[in-house]
Design a protein around this ligand. Structure first.
Ligand code: TYD
Length: 153
């Protein structure tokens, strides 16, 4: 994807409408143990069965990741260190989310273009995913994504 389009996608639209398939989740606290221990499980605060966990780490402030959509995958993103801006776009609505604490998760369903930007050096993100890695599940071109969501609307 060209730099201009990628930068454009980092600009959220003015709308305050929710994006279907996107949800901020506050993980339950840890009443019986240390406050600085946070967890997600399924069933529980993670709405899908977890098949894969991966993490983005040692990111520098301004690093851009993502810039793709998934056809079927559900993911739950958490900033374990540092902070991130995540711009989510369903082809009609675009909205920006901030993840800046390990007690907050962002649920992303299928059919959502996402651009992830680390906001400070050393940022790290853990991602829970509903399926194993499958390159065929990715849509990596924004115009293809628009065609895909128009066809599947
Ligand atoms: P990608 O999901 O595009 O990462 P990001 O959005 O952070 O840039 O993945 C980049 C590459 O890493 C991909 O081409 C293959 C590899 N990869 C795996 O092998 N397994 C995984 O679980 C993930 C997430 C990526």
């Amino acid at each position: 994807m060209g730099t201009i389009l990628r930068e454009h996608l980092l600009q959220p639209s003015a709308t305050s409408m929710d994006v279907p398939g996107v949800r901020l989740i506050t993980f339950p606290g840890n009443p019986s143990g240390p406050r600085n221990l946070t967890f997600a499980q399924h069933p529980g605060s993670c709405p899908f069965e977890i098949k894969r966990v991966y993490w983005l780490h040692d990111l520098h402030g301004g690093a851009i990741r993502g810039s793709h959509a998934h056809k079927t995958l559900y993911q739950l993103l958490t900033a374990v260190t540092g902070a991130f801006e995540i711009v989510v776009d369903n082809g009609q609505i675009r909205r920006s989310f901030h993840l800046d604490r390990p007690t907050l998760g962002l649920l992303l369903g299928p059919g959502l273009w996402r651009v992830i930007r680390a906001l400070c050096d050393g940022s790290a993100m853990v991602v829970l995913a509903s399926a194993c890695y499958d390159e065929d599940d990715y849509i990596r071109d924004y115009e293809c994504f628009k065609e895909y969501v128009d066809l599947n609307r």
